[in-house]
Design a protein around this ligand. Structure first.
Ligand code: SF4
Length: 213
């Protein structure tokens, strides 16, 4: 199995239930909802993306020819930065990580002691069993991944709303204010929604507040 990866780096998870926890982020290249080119943004299915997932030129990124090679690079990133060889966590993100993730990769990382988490837009079936599944819907339509550990909805969105997801099988439901020029207003709307609908918890992108990637 070959993999295209934009970047691999140790950071603190910024969002959701694991916010504040050390993790290696593995950002896969490519997404099924946008090419990543600004010239395509207005015609893309997902138009508010703020992530560069194009190519393999980020820190630690590259083409990996096998699961062992990629897992080894993730492990090296952990070991050269972290004193403990436990509480190991890798977060697969993108782009859309479900386009590339494999059970072979997860199994290899587990033998190295990693818990494996994914942040997916939910439109691509998962070909692996992960320890933590975060689904963040971006488009109208039935989800291919309709259960997991947390559902994290960027709010507000034009075509989708929290009511569409509240009956799905997730342990936690998060609303995260959409970033951008309307952030302050979006934060107010998100707080108001969570106050009225306590199934939903506010998710803040804490990494942006504290100034880390
Ligand atoms: S689904 Fe996620 S990675 Fe893909 S374009 Fe939308 S926000 Fe970006």
């Amino acid at each position: 199995m070959k993999y295209s990866v934009k970047e691999i780096y140790l950071t603190l998870q910024g969002e959701g239930s694991h916010a504040g926890r050390a993790a290696v982020f593995c950002r896969f290249s490519g997404c099924n909802l946008w090419s990543g080119k600004e010239s395509d943004r207005l015609s893309a299915e997902c138009q508010f993306c703020d992530t560069d997932f194009v190519g393999t030129d980020g820190k630690g990124g590259g083409k990996f020819n096998s699961s062992e090679e990629l897992a080894g690079t993730i492990n090296t990133e952990w070991e050269r930065n972290v004193d403990l060889n436990s509480f190991k966590l890798v977060v697969f993100t993108g782009g859309e990580p479900a386009l590339q993730i494999s059970q072979e990769l997860i199994d290899t990382l587990r033998t190295l002691g990693f818990e494996c988490a994914i942040e997916t837009n939910g439109t691509v079936p998962l070909r692996a069993t992960l320890d933590w599944v975060t689904v963040s819907p971006k488009i109208l339509g039935k989800l291919a991944v309709s259960s997991g550990h947390e559902l994290k909805l960027v709010f507000p969105q034009k075509l989708i709303s929290p009511e569409m997801y509240r009956d799905l099988h997730f342990k936690y439901f998060f609303l995260q204010p959409m970033d951008g020029i309307d952030y302050k207003e979006n934060l107010k709307l998100t707080i108001a929604y969570c106050l009225k609908n306590p199934q939903w918890k506010l998710s803040i992108q804490t990494h942006k507040y504290i100034g880390i990637d």
